[in-house]
Design a protein around this ligand. Sequence first.
Ligand SMILES: Nc1nc2c(ncn2[C@@H]2O[C@H](COP(=O)(O)OP(=O)(O)OP(=O)(O)O)[C@@H](O)[C@H]2O)c(=O)[nH]1
Ligand SMILES: [Mg+2]
Length: 294
Amino acid sequence: MKADPRRLAQRVVAGEVSALAQAITLAEDRGPGHEDLLRYLGEASGSSRRTVGVTGPPGVGKSTLVAALLEVAVARGHRVAVLAIDPSSPLSGGAFLGDRLRLGREFLAEAVFFRSLASRGAGGGISDALPRILQVVSAAPRELILVETVGIGQADVAVAELVDLLLLVLAPEQGDDVQLLKGGVVQVAELLVLNKVDLPGADRLRGHLTTLGLGPCLEVVAQEGRGVEALYEAILEALARAPGRKPQGLEVARRVGDEVRRTIADKLGRGPVPPALLVRLLEAVDRIIEEECR
Ligand SMILES: Nc1nc2c(ncn2[C@@H]2O[C@H](COP(=O)(O)OP(=O)(O)OP(=O)(O)O)[C@@H](O)[C@H]2O)c(=O)[nH]1
Ligand SMILES: [Mg+2]
């Protein structure tokens, strides 16, 4: 049966869990009426920042941390949606959540919406449907949307553009490779979380991070919930800070890129770039950034 997109959107906005699940499937599969659905939902969505990406190397404890964050959120009466781009996530078993959260199933079903997404080979960790799915979830009355992604690298940089805040989780053993720490995702992550500080290698990793100028991190033992309240606070604060900062940054980058490409094409075609032109290009870059950030 084809769902009426307007009616479905209304039910999502009203907080109906089954409607949210149905709408995500429609958006994910680009099913009949999905464009109308996304339009209605877009009109209904607020602009508040609440999507948080949780990324990091395999095994650092992302899923454990997400579960611990859910515990804090639910205790505060917040409703959360979790999207895991990781079919193997232990979170996908409701039993795992139930065990960890020690809450009634009915209560949990209302407070925590969980959806596991297949990555479908689109650039590693990111599902190609994620932008559409986030549009849907953003229209639902949820205080927080957590997106767990596997791996580290280009895919995570792509996720960074879709979320309001990117959390990079590191842990001793898995996350102290210096090459990895110099990689792109460290640069785009807004919050660094050092998990498993109960393990002996934690000091070494902390040392590495400091040497690279990457500290200080929020330190947690996700498994025991230690430090997770403070992390939750830090997340809410970071989300509330400078609304709209990220789209603005991306917009600046896009505009700068366009202008540079246009100038080079206009003046040179494919010839070498003379130093005077480079200076002018840099001036243009400064000017655009200043205009955009005013
Ligand atoms: N010692 C210790 N172990 C932890 C902690 N948090 C998680 N672990 C363990 O680390 C292992 C991996 O945890 P996950 O939460 O599955 O890690 P993940 O990053 O989601 O893993 P992938 O999704 O496979 O990339 C599990 O055995 C956890 O029990 C912690 O704070 N301390
Ligand atoms: Mg996981």
